[in-house]
Design a protein. Structure first.
Lengths: 117, 108
């Protein structure tokens, strides 16, 4: 069955970068787009962007343009989200979510990123 | 960018009651590309409804979605104890994908 397994929690200092991974199981990796969504503590869901695992093309939300990079490794069926110039407001749980005709039936378990000096 | 406004912010109901959640879009959602998700504390969101009214796999029929254009509704016909959670709408008809701010359904 479809499963998305994310990397573990991270603690970073302001100004640093973080790279979160999401390994896909149970389907053809290159056949479905992958999204990244984040959720600050006690807040709602915020879409960050999308990557096409087949060709690697990406599209990012304007709020993250210039700070986020999404990549993939087809040999390991893994997508990555790297966020740079971290600030305290980036403290959040980051989710990968697999696309299916635009909506998200499959989600990773989430990765908590804490930004603190 | 399409802004989704969910109301009410919090709904206080008892088990067995009917819940009606609203999601209003700032502009028409293309082809009713509107989804609903349920989220419980410490868990990832769970897809309930897509295409405004189609139930996702394994979702009980007490959950139903309706609406088109700019006004959408999620209805839970009879609340079960496990239904008390936060619910989000999401549009996927245009980029950027956007989510509503959520409605918390709490036990009265």
């Amino acid at each position: 069955q479809v499963q998305l397994v994310q990397s573990g929690a991270e603690v970073k200092k302001p100004g640093a970068s973080v790279k979160v991974s999401c390994k896909a199981f149970g389907y053809t990796f290159t056949s479905y787009y992958m999204h990244w969504v984040r959720q600050a503590p006690g807040q709602g869901l915020e879409w960050m962007g999308i990557i096409n695992p087949s060709g690697g093309s990406t599209s990012y939300a304007q709020n993250f343009q210039g700070r986020v990079t999404m990549t993939r490794d087809t040999s390991t069926s893994t997508v990555y989200m790297e966020l740079s110039s971290l600030r305290s407001e980036d403290t959040a749980v980051y989710y990968c979510a697999r696309d299916s005709s635009g909506y998200f039936p499959y989600w990773g378990q989430g990765t908590l990123v804490t930004v603190s000096s | 960018e399409i802004v989704l406004t969910q109301s009410p912010g919090t709904l206080s109901l008892s088990p067995g009651e009917r819940a009606t959640l609203s999601c209003r879009a700032s502009q028409s959602v293309t082809s009713s590309y509107l989804a609903w998700y349920q989220q419980k504390p410490g868990q990832a969101p769970r897809l309930l409804i897509y295409g405004a009214s189609s139930r996702a796999t394994g979702i009980p029929d007490r959950f139903s979605g309706s609406g088109s254009g700019t006004d959408f509704t999620l209805t839970i016909s009879r609340l079960e104890p496990e239904d008390f959670a936060v619910y989000y709408c999401q549009q996927y008809g245009s980029s950027p994908r956007t989510f509503g701010g959520g409605t918390r359904v709490e036990i009265k």
